[in-house]
Design a protein around this ligand. Structure first.
Ligand code: HEC
Length: 201
């Protein structure tokens, strides 16, 4: 009589163990990030903004480059001052570029493409950059992709990735704006974009 009970117990224990194994492993605690962690990792809003500008790579397009024997490097003396106004227009057959749907960049601050030519803006707090901008204008520029942060103005041209950046939180955008207003102001009046050459034909 003992035997069947023995078998039943073994069966129950085995199925219990099996069902435990089937359960999804809980996520390791160390993989979870405390919600507050990202804002307390930095001493100030400005430092957080600097970090965001670095990892979102605003420099790639908004900081002019210096050519070295190892290739282009950021020109830190012109940090985030946009396409240098004195640089002559890139010498390419724009009609051909547009017809072939090609995009060509020089210095990554000047972009020729099917949309015409766009020049990365001066993001420093000089009057020729974001010096007179309000925080609200900055938020409108990034969230709605509107030039000068004015709702009724034209949409920002490629390759400014505002459509991705628009997903930033208010706190992130504000931190970026605070940082941009704290950097060295550089006078550089970036040229207005040019329409596609084929548009006028
Ligand atoms: C891949 C290139 C690229 C990257 C990366 C980039 N931008 Fe831009 N950005 C541009 C270009 C080009 C323009 C000019 C677009 C135009 O004239 O319509 C621009 C325009 C802007 C403007 C509008 C300025 C004005 O006068 O209306 C703001 C603000 C701006 N960028 C902020 C940023 C910030 C902040 C980052 C990083 C979080 C960033 N951009 C990253 C290329 C880029």
């Amino acid at each position: 009589m003992k035997k069947p009970i023995h078998y039943i117990c073994t069966f129950l224990i085995a199925s219990l163990l099996f069902s435990c194994q089937q359960k999804k492993k809980p996520v390791a605690v160390e993989n979870k990030i405390d919600k507050k962690e990202f804002s307390i990792s930095f001493d100030s809003q400005e430092e957080w903004g600097e970090h965001l500008v670095t990892i979102l790579d605003c420099h790639a397009c908004h900081t002019p480059k210096k050519m070295t024997d190892k290739g282009p490097v950021l020109d830190n003396s012109l940090l985030l001052s946009g396409h240098p106004a004195e640089m002559p227009l890139i010498d390419v057959d724009r009609k051909e570029m547009e017809a072939k749907g090609l995009t060509v960049a020089r210095d990554l601050t000047e972009w020729v493409g099917p949309w015409g030519v766009s020049f990365a803006a001066n993001l420093t707090p000089d009057d020729s950059g974001l010096g007179n901008w309000t925080e609200q204008q900055f938020i409108i520029a990034i969230r709605d992709g509107k030039s000068k942060g004015i709702s009724s103005s034209r949409s920002l041209l490629p390759p400014m990735p505002w459509d991705m950046y628009r997903h930033m939180t208010d706190a992130e955008l504000k931190a970026i704006f605070v940082y941009l207003q704290s950097i060295k102001p550089i006078q550089n009046l970036v040229p207005a974009p040019l329409p596609p050459v084929s548009a006028g034909q």
